[in-house]
Write a protein that binds this ligand. Structure first.
Ligand SMILES: Cc1cc2nc3c(=O)[nH]c(=O)nc-3n(C[C@H](O)[C@H](O)[C@H](O)COP(=O)(O)O)c2cc1C
Length: 445
């Protein structure tokens, strides 16, 4: 059913929902599938930190997708606003805004958005526009740690040494790790950014701990010495301190959220959610330990993810074409993501957990998304690359009229632009804006 093309990548060759369903069952994938798409229109609820309940208009979301198109002061540009017009007009009930830096030294590029006093009014206006489409908006607070750049050249801020990353960029070995004093100061900075975001009108605040950005990197800091490394209590210390600091400044109506890597799938002792026994396979024991602590403190909304786009992108976002041929079929990756979400929902039934990785499925995504919602393998389903590609994807999914000529084809071109810190979007389906950018930046490489 799939084959290698000329470039040794997987070809998506399903031409009907039944063909996909048959393939899933013949190959024994534990990927739910139903032609009854009514669960997409269900109205999930999310708990506020004060114990209230917010009801969302449907079960679809847009994932956070960094666009590298902000003004240099960190405020949204006209292009950023265009992206959020599309995301909020997609029909999805929830828009999870991309990574917003909480400090200037830890941006992924000069064009990453940043929450600070100077940008507060610009965020107010952006969120007000998004909300005209009756969507719930989440602010993703981040410190980009090892992926920070200064004027678009790497300026890594490491919390711990990482042999797998240092094998790829040996010069990293010469950069010292961040001190405890530097880390001690961060909870207050996250809290300040959280307050700015809440005042700007965001409904939820995400303390981001994924993809090996700083807070996730610390969760995997087995080899760091001192109070932020080694045992689970030390490795999770900053995440919990940041969470507490953020929570302490928020109003009861605001929702506490996290984009959390359930497993980095990076070899032990350099990844979170892996163990010495299964050094590269997900083990959610510590993930559950962390979620127990955070849910007791009021966490109620999680956008799940696994892997790192900088290390194992095929885990993070199953693709047809990317920078290397994945060691597994993309459906295997999707099965892993769905399985992780299912396991966490079973352990934390009151959490609202958004499932990830579905863009790979093109126009057949609604059947698997509905299957996941129906069988407890997701509370909501999010779309990242699909949201770049297809401006009305959620409405069309719910109404059962996906247009195959508008879907994401998982070609990784958006990720290629992002890697080079260019203004990011879909050069295939949103050509007028992004094809010239792709041509200039990526085809001259
Ligand atoms: C270009 C690009 C930018 C992304 N930016 C972010 C981000 O800012 N924050 C985040 O948590 N994930 C980010 N992601 C990951 C997506 O949110 C999502 O997890 C991933 O694309 C898989 O979902 P999908 O199959 O629907 O695309 C990004 C992915 C891509 C391709």
């Amino acid at each position: 059913m799939y084959a290698f093309d000329k470039k040794d990548q997987y070809t998506f060759s399903f031409s009907s929902p039944d063909q996909l369903r048959l393939y899933l069952s013949r190959q024994g994938y534990n990927i739910p599938f139903t032609k009854d798409i009514s669960p997409l229109a269900a109205k999930p609820t999310v708990r506020t930190q004060g114990g209230g309940t917010v009801t969302l208009k449907n079960a679809l979301a847009t994932h956070p997708m960094e666009g590298c198109d902000a003004e240099t002061d960190g405020s949204p540009s006209a292009l950023t606003r265009r992206r959020y017009d599309r995301f909020s007009g997609s029909g999805a009930a929830l828009v999870w805004m991309e990574a917003l830096s909480v400090v200037p030294e830890a941006r992924t590029s000069d064009h990453q958005m940043m929450l600070c006093d100077k940008t507060a009014d610009a965020f107010k206006s952006l969120v007000a526009d998004i909300k005209k489409n009756d969507v719930f908006v989440v602010a993703q607070l981040t410190h980009s740690g090892r992926f920070a750049k200064n004027s678009d050249t790497p300026h890594p801020l490491f919390a711990t040494r990482s042999a797998p990353f240092e094998r790829r960029r040996p010069t990293d070995r010469d950069v010292p790790v961040l001190t405890d004093d530097y880390l001690d100061a961060l909870p207050e900075k996250f809290a300040k950014a959280a307050k700015i975001a809440e005042d700007a009108g965001f409904d939820a605040i995400d303390v981001k701990a994924c993809h090996q950005y700083l807070l996730d990197e610390l969760l995997s800091a087995h080899t760091r010495s001192g109070k932020y490394g080694g045992c689970f209590e030390n490795r999770s210390r900053l995440m919990i301190d940041v969470f507490d600091a953020v929570r302490s400044v928020l109003r009861p109506e605001t929702v506490l959220a996290s984009r959390l890597s359930f497993s980095d799938m990076i070899e032990y002792p350099y990844g979170f959610g892996v163990t010495p026994c299964e050094p590269t396979e997900p083990d959610l024991t510590e993930t559950k330990q962390l979620l127990k602590i955070l849910t007791d403190k009021g966490l109620s909304l999680v956008d799940m993810t696994m892997g790192s786009p900088y290390f194992n992108p095929h885990v993070n976002r199953p693709y047809n074409r990317g920078s290397y041929t994945p060691p597994e079929h993309p459906l295997k990756g999707l099965e892993r993501l769905i399985g992780g979400t299912r396991e966490i929902i079973a352990s934390f039934p009151s959490l609202t957990v958004i499932g990830t990785g579905y863009s790979y499925l093109r126009e057949f995504a609604p059947y698997v998304a509905a299957g996941a919602l129906k069988t407890g393998a997701a509370s909501m389903v999010g779309f990242g690359r699909m949201a770049f590609a297809y401006d009305t994807f959620a409405t069309d999914m719910i109404e059962g009229r996906m247009d195959p000529s508008k879907v994401c084809i998982a070609c990784s071109k958006c990720a290629e632009i992002k890697r080079l810190s260019g203004h990011t979007g879909c050069p295939i389906r949103d050509q007028e804006i992004y094809l010239p950018i792709y041509r200039e930046l990526c085809m001259n490489q």
